[in-house]
Write a protein that binds this ligand. Sequence first.
Ligand SMILES: [Zn+2]
Length: 843
Amino acid sequence: MKKFLLSVLFFTFFLTKVFSQIEEDNRPVMIGEWTQDALNELRNYELNQKFEKHNFRATTQRSDTINLLHFDIHLTVGNGLNQTIAGYSIVEFKSLMNNVSQLYLDLLKLNVDSVIQNGQPLTFNYSDSTILKINLQSAMMQNDSSAVTVYYHGHPFNDNSFGGVYFNGDFGFNVGMSLYENPHNMGRTWHPCYDNFVERSTYEFHITCDSQRMALCNGALLDTAHNSDGTITWHWKMNETLPTFIAGFAVSKFTPVHDTFNGINGPVPVLFGAISADTTAMKNSFANLETCFHYFEDHYGAYPWNKIGFNCLPFNSGAMEHAGSVVYPQFACDGSLYYEDLYAHEFGHHWWGDYVTPYDPSEIWLKEGWAVFSEFLFYEGVYGAASYKSHVADNHEIALHYDHVFDLGYCPLSPMPAYTIFGRTTYTKSADVVHTLRTYMVDSLFFGCLKSFVQSHAFQNYTSVELRDYLSNCSGISLDNFFNDWVFSAGFPHFSIDSFNVADQGNGWYTVTTYIRQRLDHAPHFYHHVPLELTFMNDEMQSSVYKVDVSGPCTVYQTAVPFNPVFAGLDLENKISDAITDEYHVIKNVATNNFPQGKMNMYVYTVNDSAFLRVEHNWIAPDPMKVQIPNLHLSQERYWRVDGILSDSFDAKASIQYNGSNVQPVTSYNGGYLDRALITNVEDSLVVMYRPSVSADWQIDTDVLFNYQGSHTDKKGLIWINHIKPGEYTLAIFQHNKVDSLITPVSDSCFTIINVKDFSPEEKISIYPNPSQNQFTIEGNLLNQSTLEIFSLLGEKIYSQNLPKGIMKTKINCGNFGTGIFLIRISDSEKNIIVRKQVIIQN
Ligand SMILES: [Zn+2]
């Protein structure tokens, strides 16, 4: 579902007056797949705590007792414009247990006239207008089948924003999912059913309306009957099983437009349901649907439904993925391509959500994350790889910047807390994580296994654990760490290069040792086996890319590079969604160069030849100051890193913005929430901090210019850094008595081993055996008396001793170290590190 809500008043206004001729400027503002108004309304709802945690009504359990096989629904819809439905539904079912004598069906706020089984009336209780409790004729035994016919009528319910049955002007239609109701499925607003994610039934629809209107439903149109009272009954049938939230009808004066796409399994009929005034615009707006269809079939497998259908309806809160009969807002059928990602999203649901369905709402990311990823895939298929990349990057920025603000904290994807099922994390971070999974698995295995997954789970529900196990088995890549890190835990990892050392082998090759550090952005534990791309470049911008398996707080990676690297960078192409947004440019001219993902703008004064410049915006606290400056507080929220291949003559002026405002509504992605903890009072005492490398301490950069942009208390402004330099920048503020938020303790395992001087050839040190058990030997020749220290990968010093000058040999008992990789450091009395090695201990 793509959601955007409007208030009731707004709703009516839009419906009747505006949507037929929307001006471009008046287009509803969409935040991802919702309108801004929709998000505001949901957020208010959440803030008022109207959702109790994990309180979904247990309709799922009823599916263990009885299987609802088929619905044959006969309804007169609209009956003129009196906004009612009336008729009956035949529910065919099978008992899954012995001695089942009652059938409980969800049905919301309608009037039940009678219930019939085998031609005989049954007793029933519908006193709560919520569950229709039917006493069957006799107790059923396991595998017994039967059918009841429920006669009912009434004015069907909707939740005023998203979900239920809507009547508007010439239109009557349902929306199968609600943001607010419990359970979220809304099948019960128009027919008796089990409103859960696991029950799947076939459907037959006999929808009767006046002769000027037609009814569009899931499945295929079998026939139409002209009734003696002048009405027409439209008979549709859906042979594939559906859960209730994707079944539906739409009634209006449609002039449907038909098309056919040639799919993997043959021709697929396409039906655009629109009133005549909208048909041309609708076709134009869907100009790229066929390309999208082929691209999705190529990547997810054959389209699994018997028709493609989108119905343009006066529904202004968003769209809903009814299988082959999508509820699509009229305003998005405007002739432009402005809302393309909206139909791409709903179309993606035809695999993710409709064909394979999450087990319950706490697993909602299994459909929404994949539908948003389908938007990215749409951009890739229609507009190319760069378009995919830029949409992933924009989404990633939102995930880091706003998800936790909107969702009142950092949430795992599964289980998603009930109060924020339809929050931002469900959509934004989920899609980020699917993109990252693509990187973990590599395209051929990723898409190959997705295809076989949806086929093997066709028309069934699934959980995150089942997806994990299936994809692991299919690809041969264990995804346990991936799911523990990215899906079952909140927050993000952050990866950076502390330092790298180059040793010339003398044969054209260079041995490069890179120290990769992991820090955490609200994640509960370090991530493991993250496949990160590490790129080296020499001063002529020749580059070489290596895939590094990164685990824990510090990963030491050694490789041979066929040139002398002067630059090392992680994940330049943003294939892993860690807590960094960044971009790089090759700069050839004196000009303005903006780095929106790096949140830095730049004006280049001088550049000789060309420069390679990368700007990172890091969404975690910078390292603390080594030596504190009284009353100076570093940002706990972010820092920048500027890096690249720059000649000495390169000179540029950069600007960064600070914004500690809590912009309301939170849903407008307009730049606030960046320096909330830092700027709590006035801005006057802000300063810019700079350090050239991780080993250096922060210093105040005085060559800057502040533009407070308005008042000194609005917490917003612009800072010019007159001469940008490679290194790290962050903000700090002088403030007496300010209490910093809790700083994540910094592991220094990567710190301890930086700044190694090249030791002289005489200082040969060897460690053996390696791997070791119980004991290993350090042997060699030291020019000075030195200190031996051994660290765990967590940076904890577990052993130290002095080593004599000259030829020496020392046995180290390591039987109590435990098993793992340990870092050995030998430094002289001046604290110069002269040896750094790893030893693997297998006790
Ligand atoms: Zn959706």
